[in-house]
Design a protein around this ligand. Sequence first.
Ligand code: AMP
Ligand code: MG
Ligand code: MG
Length: 311
Amino acid sequence: MSLAQGAPLLSRLVSSSVAIASQAGHVIRDVMKKGDLGIVEKESVRDLQTEADRAAQRCIISSLNKCFPKITIIGEEGEDETKVASGSIFDPSTGLLVEVACPPQLSSIAEEEVVVWVDPLDGTAEYTQGLLDHVTVLIGIASGGKAIGGVIHQPYYNYQNPGSELGRTIWGIVGGEVGGMNILPPPEGKLIVTTTRSHSSSTVNDAISAVSPDEVLRVGGAGHKVMLLLEGKAHLYVFASPGCKKWDTCAPQAILEAAGGILTDIKGSAIPYHASAPHRNSTGVLASAAGQNHEVYVEKIPQHVKDNLKA
Ligand code: AMP
Ligand code: MG
Ligand code: MG
């Protein structure tokens, strides 16, 4: 299937990003198969980078640049990892592209107005520890400071089910459709909260206690946690800490909102995605599945937790 050049930019961008994220998933699995992860510490021992993060970013940025030369791309692994990737650039004329419908209000956006936030491998700590189903590739599309479209690729989806197809890709456009999965509601009559497993703190735990959950799922990756909200496995994602970045939340937020959910900072304010926005989500993350009353949870977060997280 080829996507006509006449299709809206956002349709072509999401569709190409589906193929590019899947290609990055191959890169991530290849590095793990070869066994030499090339781990380096970035800002701290809790902030790692592997050869898979670097190679997947080169693949994604080279491919997006080739297809959409005028968009602004911000990748987690920085400028060094934007150079041309050898052998893994996606060519949209040779790939199979999904058809993505664009809602009319987003159909005339130009390349110059688009900022793409790329997390080539979300859940690096878990990747190095063999918790492979926590890993995602995130390509988030923003315009006018808002998350408007996104792709989440799970390179290890089904890896514990031999015989089933390995990996899957989910996409969404705000005000449009979600593709690649069935959205399910979380169970009624209980509250399941998902949060970090490797970046916990006292404010993270105070915020969780304040919403009185029946169950807490401590898992890796912002992408993986939002997937739990989309799959009906959790009601709420609580992260009252400054460590999460724009490339962690842009794609998950767009897909969650396309599915009827909400993602804000811990105070209930919108997260800005302009190219000049600070990379860090310094006021935390709060996300709720479709059908949840987001405002009620914002109210329950203790004031001292909110005061502790400054913009
Ligand atoms: P987590 O929920 O801990 O898996 O974190 C979600 C995303 O935010 C991942 O990309 C983490 O690398 C990032 N993150 C969260 N907290 C920190 C931190 N303290 N230092 C560095 N990265 C962090
Ligand atoms: Mg990340
Ligand atoms: Mg990452």
